[in-house]
Design a protein around this ligand. Structure first.
Ligand code: IPM
Ligand code: MG
Length: 357
């Protein structure tokens, strides 16, 4: 069976980690007698430099015609001027919107071999296994109007936080279904005590909850959720929330695991290609040095095998290979800590392949 995969290396360490993700996909394809065809696309800062557009139309076309998209990372200091009209991040937001990938799955798990890297006490992180479902194509990231103007007091800027019931309902459906496949608990995070869009969010969430009586459902305000993530992270199963709250809380939660370099993500829509990326950024400070941790990208590949390529068994094998590599004591620099013995990006990729064989 032939599958088409769009590969967007992007900026910073993106190309280095994406290359290791590709190797894992090629290895799995050979193992299972499949053919994966890769097409490299431009997006982000490199696309801006080469074409003047952070998301060239050909990239959108190629991604839409693929079964899945693997992204390294976009952005960097070179393009971070806040007054610039075009920014790498617009490429990523535009791609999410074009693919209609409204549900962003961000799992936060603690690998036992890495538990000591967490800033939280070991007994607090021991059982952490959270699946964030972040709404990804609506809310304040995309609400209109957005802009700048001059008012009596001087310069002014505005954004709009808006959700309609269709947007809330479809992401809730994803979250309830996932909760049903996991431990049966769903936490919806909003700011319904202040925001009208959050009150709509909660109203629709309760309507969908009525269709899933077997799921234990709770509403938590976003400020309280930020606190509970630190003092009782083991209580969460699936957490569903809007675009901006999900952006912030998923970064907070990533620290529970102590290793940002380990966390994958999947962005899914209604049947089209999924978009898979590590949640870490482009890490310009270590770009080109061959020391970036490719495991988040490799775990994103596992999510791709599961959710877009229909290869659950291969997905589980990739995840297990990553766990085995860590259990055997192999670490990239970010995990090894100062003075610790570490392997480079390519070596880490090869280690994963050796456990997959
Ligand atoms: C993320 C990132 C992006 C976001 C940026 C790069 C636009 O922070 O994927 O969490 O805010 O969605
Ligand atoms: Mg973010």
């Amino acid at each position: 069976m032939n599958k088409k995969i769009a590969l967007i290396p992007g900026d910073g360490i993106g190309p280095e980690v994406a290359a290791e993700g590709r190797k894992v996909l090629e290895f799995v394809a050979a193992q299972y007698g499949r053919t994966f065809t890769f097409t490299e696309c431009l997006m982000g800062g490199i696309a801006l430099d080469m074409t003047g557009d952070p998301l060239p139309p050909e990239t959108v076309e190629t991604c839409l015609a693929s079964d899945a998209v693997l992204l390294g990372a976009v952005g960097g200091p070179k393009w971070s001027d806040p007054t610039a009209k075009k920014r790498p991040e617009q490429g990523l937001l535009g791609l999410r919107k074009s693919l209609g990938v409204f549900a962003n799955l961000r799992p936060v798990k603690v690998f036992p071999a890495l538990a000591s890297a967490s800033p939280l006490r070991p007994e607090r992180v021991a059982n952490v296994d959270i699946m964030f479902v972040r709404e990804l194509t609506g809310g304040i990231y995309f609400g209109s109007p957005q802009g700048r103007e001059i008012v009596a007091e001087g310069r002014s800027g505005h954004d709009t936080m808006r959700y309609n019931e269709m947007e809330v309902r479809r992401v809730m459906q994803v979250a309830f279904k996932l909760a049903g496949q996991r431990r049966g608990k769903l936490t919806s995070v909003d700011k319904a005590n202040v925001l009208a869009s959050s009150r709509l969010w909660r109203e629709v969430a309760h309507e969908v909850a009525a269709e899933y009586p077997e799921i234990e459902y709770e509403d938590v305000l976003v400020d309280a959720a930020a606190m509970y993530l630190l003092n009782r992270p083991g209580d969460f199963d699936v957490v569903v929330t809007g675009n901006m709250f999900g952006d912030i809380l998923s970064d907070e939660a990533s620290m529970i695991s102590g290793s940002l370099g380990m966390l994958p993500s999947a962005a899914l829509g209604a049947g089209g290609p999924g978009l898979y990326e590590p949640i870490h950024g482009s890490a310009p400070d270590i770009a080109g040095k061959g020391i970036a941790n490719p495991l988040a990208t490799i775990l994103s590949v596992a999510m791709m095998l599961r959710s877009s390529l229909g290869m659950e068994e291969a997905a589980a094998k990739v995840e297990s290979a990553v766990t085995q590599v860590l259990d055997a004591g192999h670490r990239t620099a970010d995990l090894a800590g100062p003075g610790g013995k570490s392997v480079g990006t390519i070596e880490m990729g090869e280690l994963v392949l050796s456990y997959l064989a």
